[in-house]
Design a protein around this ligand. Structure first.
Ligand SMILES: *Cc1c(COP(=O)(O)O)cnc(C)c1O
Length: 358
């Protein structure tokens, strides 16, 4: 109620993106929809609900608080997998809720065992393998101990997965490193097998790997950025089919961010606009104020450079992005009025004259 801007997320765009991605992976492959970072800014609960409507029922978060947020806000909580941070009582909570989580060191494995015994419930774990990212993961030489601990406590563990994460699958410049990671991953999977462990899913591929290293798709993928309609980077976008024009229609952006014009002003040539002296009117200008600023996530880096759409026409941010407002140059936009809709993120097609408030 009374919000100064709204974010819309498009179900049909999500359907388009999921369809493309699932075609790439194959229908039999377990698809983990990655929703860390507030679903890449799209709104965690809102996105997960929408994705569930699109037949997606397995989600990857980075930390336990994100899993907690989903379980609190969504009635039929989907399958969840914590890929990063979970410790202490959060491990107990996760086991109790049947939430899967990554294990990459002995401490967490022992904690999982402790809480599993306490709850008399299996811990659903994914063993993360260090293959060269040098962030988290067991080294191959640790697998023997891991295997022993798990095998000695079979009633306490369900080994859901063995996984790793690539350090830059989006760029050919990292090809040597990523290829080594792939080799290391398969080699360690063999060691895991020899240790008597049989993880259900073997997974490494993020969005970029699904496209650039399809051989790593295996029986599960963890896809984030592309489901939101973004290619991991330009290189992946151009490399795919080598046809930029065709590729531009494959993925659809889910997000639109809209506000409206709150005020209009005429500013005389030679006057400064906004705080300090960062923008000097070089001619008589008409400027408009939009009630969105860096506190809402409109980056201060957009000062004097950001572009928005009013009546389908581009308008540039003039002056410094304030905490709660930006000023934009609308001198060239015919018929502009207070209340006109402003598209902060989105396309001309999504920019109607009358805003969502009317
Ligand atoms: C973020 C993340 C992903 C998804 O990466 P995208 O490039 O957004 O597809 C997969 N795995 C892990 C461990 C991650 O942290």
């Amino acid at each position: 109620m009374f919000e100064s801007s709204v974010i819309e997320i498009s179900k049909s765009a999500l359907q388009t993106n999921l369809k493309f991605l699932k075609q790439k992976t194959g229908a039999h492959v377990k698809f983990c929809s990655v929703v860390k970072g507030n679903a890449y800014g799209h709104g965690l609960t809102e996105f997960v609900k929408l994705a569930m409507e699109c037949d997606q029922h397995y989600f990857g978060v980075y930390s336990a608080d994100e899993a907690y947020h989903i379980s609190k806000n969504i009635k039929n909580t989907p399958e969840l997998y914590i890929m990063g941070m979970v410790e202490g009582e959060a491990i107990e909570w996760a086991i109790n809720k049947g939430i899967e989580f990554c294990v990459f060191d002995e401490k967490r494995l022992e904690d999982a065992l402790k809480y599993s015994k306490k709850l008399k419930k299996k811990a659903k774990i994914h063993l993360e393998i260090e293959t060269g990212m040098n962030r988290t993961g067991f080294y191959e030489k640790e697998i023997a101990i891991v295997g022993e601990l798990i095998n000695n406590n079979k009633q306490n563990f369900e080994v859901k997965g063995a996984c790793t994460h690539f350090a830059g699958a989006e760029s050919m410049a990292n090809n040597f490193r990523v290829s080594q990671q792939i080799g290391k991953f398969y080699q360690t999977l063999l060691t895991i097998g020899k240790a008597g462990l049989t993880p259900t899913y073997k997974h490494a591929a993020c969005s970029a790997a699904v496209i650039n290293y399809p051989e790593t798709i295996g029986n599960m993928v963890r896809v984030g950025i592309m489901q939101y309609g973004f290619w991991p980077n330009d290189e992946t976008f151009i490399r795919y089919n080598g046809d930029k024009e065709k590729n531009s229609k494959i993925l659809k952006r889910l997000i639109t961010w809209k506000s409206r014009l709150m005020n209009l002003k005429s500013v005389k040539k030679g006057e400064f606009i906004g705080y300090s002296t960062s923008y000097l009117a070089h001619r008589d200008m008409k400027i408009a104020v939009v009630p969105v600023g860096y506190s809402h996530g409109y980056s201060r880096n957009m000062s004097n450079t950001g572009k928005v759409l009013v009546r389908g026409v581009e308008a540039t941010v003039v002056g410094i992005v304030n905490m709660n407002a930006i000023t934009i140059d609308v001198t060239h936009i015919e018929g502009v009025e207070i209340g006109d809709e402003v598209v902060l993120i989105g396309t001309k097609e999504q920019n109607s004259k009358c805003g969502f408030f009317q």
